[in-house]
Design a protein around this ligand. Sequence first.
Ligand code: ADP
Length: 277
Amino acid sequence: ENQYKHSEQKTRDLEVTKLELEERTKQLQLTSKYKTEFLANISHELRTPLNSLLILAQILLENKENNLTEKQKEYANTIHAAGKDLLNLINDILDLAKIESGKIHIKRNEMEIGDMVSFITNQFEPLASRKNIEFKVEVASNIPGFVYTDTQKVYQILKNLLSNAIKFTVKGKVRVFVKRIIHQQGDYIAFVVADTGIGISKQNQELIFEAFQQVDGTTSRQFGGTGLGLSISKELAGLLSGFITVESAEGKGSTFTFYLPVKSEAEVISTYPNVEF
Ligand code: ADP
C-alpha cells in the first residue's frame, strides 16, 4: 500500500512539474514575442531619421556648388559610410525580428538559375577585382533551367555568402560552383562558395550561425559587418526547405554550401495544398 501511495504522489508531482513547465513556456513565448515586436518597432523608427541623414550626406558629397574643402568632403564621406553601416545593421535586425516572429513571407516564383548566376557574377566580379581576388563561377551541365522558389531570398543568401567570401579573403580566389546533388534526403541545387581567405576554427564554425556572433580578435573586426548575415541566411534557407553547411580551415579558407531543393511548381503545390503562393 505504501508503495502505491508513493507512486500516486510521484504522479501528482509530475503533473505539477508539467503545469509549471507549460506556464514557463507560455511566459517565454510571450517575452520573445515582446522582444521581437520591440525590435521591429525600434528598427522602423530608427530608419526614418537615418535616411534623412544619409540623403543630406549624399548631397554634401555631390557638392554641386563645389565649395567644400578636402577636410569637409572627408567628413561627409565618413558620415555617409557610418550611416550606411548603421542602416545595414538596422535592416538586418529588422529582418531577423521578422523571421523570428514568422512575419517573413515566402513568395515563390520560377527562378531561372542562369539569370541568378549572371546576376551574382555581374555584381561580385567587380568587387573581387578591386581587391585583386580571382573570381570564377562554374555551373554544372545537369542543372535544371528553373526552380520554383523565392528568388529574392535566394539572392539575399548568396549575396551574404559571397560578400563574406570576398570580405574575409585578402588575396587569392573566390570560386562559386553550382551543382546538382541528388541523395536520399532529396534533390538539391548546391551553391558552393569557396574562398582562400582567413578561415574559421572548428570551435567558431559552430557559433557563426548564431545572431551577433563574429569571430573575435582583430582580424575579423577589421573587416566590419553586423554578425547577423549568417543567422539570417540560415533562417531563410530553412524557410526555403534548404540548409547551409560550412567547411573551413584556419589560414586556408572556407567553403559555404547552400543547398536549395529542386522543386517544380506542381510539387510545391502538392506539398502545401492549403497555402497560397
Ligand atoms: P558579418 O560578416 O556581418 O560579421 P556574418 O553573420 O555574415 O556577419 O558572419 C559571422 C562571422 O563569421 C564573421 O564575422 C566572420 O568572423 C565569420 N565568417 C563568415 N564568413 C566567413 C568567411 N568566408 N571566411 C572567414 N570567416 C567568415
